[in-house]
Design a protein around this ligand. Structure first.
Ligand code: 5RP
Length: 234
C-alpha cells in the first residue's frame, strides 16, 4: 500500500505553490508527502509548514521543511493530511494517529484541505474504523457515558467505547495536548453530521474525529496512479 500512498502524495503536489503556508498533517501518508516536500524545498521551493503534531514537526525537520508555529501564522493556504475513512460526501474519520484536535484546528483555519489516502480508505458509510474522540482526563467515566449516549441517540447502535492505550502497554495514550482518546466501534455512523453535533456538545469532549465540511479535495492513491476528486460546493 506504500506505493498507493506515494501516488496520492505525489498528486497532491499539484496544489502546492512557492510562497504558500501549508498545514502539515499527521500519519504515514502525510509523512510521505512531507518527505517529498523536503525534496521540493531542496530544489528551491519556498514554503513554510505548520505541523499538526510533535511527530510531524520532527519529520519535517528531518526532511528539511521549514516550520512556523501555529500561533505565528495569519492564514494557512493549503493543508495536506491523511484520513482513516472518507465517505462520498467528503466526510472523514480522522484521529487514528491521535492528532485529531490539532489536525482539525489547522484544517479549519486553511483555505483548502487536500486529503491524501489510499483507495482502501474510501467507504460508502463511515464507522468501520473506530471513531476517535479526544477527551479531558477529568471525569473520564462520565464523559465516556455521554459519548456512548450521543452515539446511540444519533443512530450508532451498540457502539463499544474503549480508552486507547499505549502500544507498549504502559497505560492510556496521552495526546500532544495532554488528553485521552476514546475509540468507539460504531460499525456504521448513519448520520455523521448529527453525530458530530451531538459529540461537540459534551463538555469533556475536546474534539472528535468526524471532519465534516472541511475536506475540499480527496486524492485517492492506487497502485499505478492517483485520482483527484474536488468537492463541488453550491
Ligand atoms: C492522525 C490521522 C491520520 O491522518 C490518519 O490516521 C491516517 O493515517 P495513515 O496515513 O497513517 O493511514 O488522522 O491523527
Amino acid at each position: 500500500m506504500t506505493i498507493a500512498k506515494e501516488n496520492a502524495a505525489m498528486a497532491a503536489m499539484e496544489f502546492i505553490e512557492s510562497g504558500m503556508t501549508l498545514g502539515l498533517g499527521s500519519g504515514s501518508t502525510a509523512e510521505i508527502f512531507i518527505d517529498m516536500l523536503g525534496e521540493r524545498v531542496a530544489g528551491g521551493m519556498k514554503i513554510r509548514g505548520v505541523p499538526t503534531s510533535k511527530r510531524t514537526a520532527e519529520c519535517a525537520v528531518e526532511a528539511g521543511v521549514p516550520l512556523i508555529d501555529a500561533d505565528k501564522v495569519e492564514k494557512i493556504d493549503v493543508t495536506i493530511d491523511g484520513a482513516d475513512e472518507v465517505d462520498p460526501a467528503f466526510n472523514l474519520i480522522k484521529g487514528g494517529g491521535a492528532c485529531l484536535l490539532r489536525e482539525k484546528i489547522i484544517a479549519n483555519a486553511s483555505d483548502m484541505m487536500v486529503v491524501i489516502v489510499d483507495d482502501r480508505k474510501m467507504v460508502d458509510t463511515l464507522g468501520a474504523f473506530p471513531l476517535p474522540v479526544e477527551v479531558d482526563p477529568f471525569g473520564l467515566a462520565l464523559t465516556a457515558d455521554q459519548v456512548f449516549r450521543a452515539l446511540k441517540v444519533t443512530g450508532c447502535q451498540d457502539a463499544q467505547t474503549v480508552l486507547r492505550q499505549m502500544k507498549d502497554g504502559s497505560g492510556p495514550l496521552i495526546t500532544d495536548g495532554g488528553n485521552y482518546i476514546l475509540d468507539s466501534k460504531c460499525v456504521k455512523i448513519p448520520n455523521p453530521v448529527e453525530t458530530a453535533r451531538a459529540l461537540s456538545q459534551i463538555p469533556g469532549v475536546m474534539e472528535h474525529g468526524l471532519f465534516i465540511d472541511l475536506a475540499d479535495v480527496i486524492v485517492i492513491g492506487e497502485a499505478d496512479h492517483a485520482r483527484v476528486i474536488e468537492l463541488q460546493r453550491d
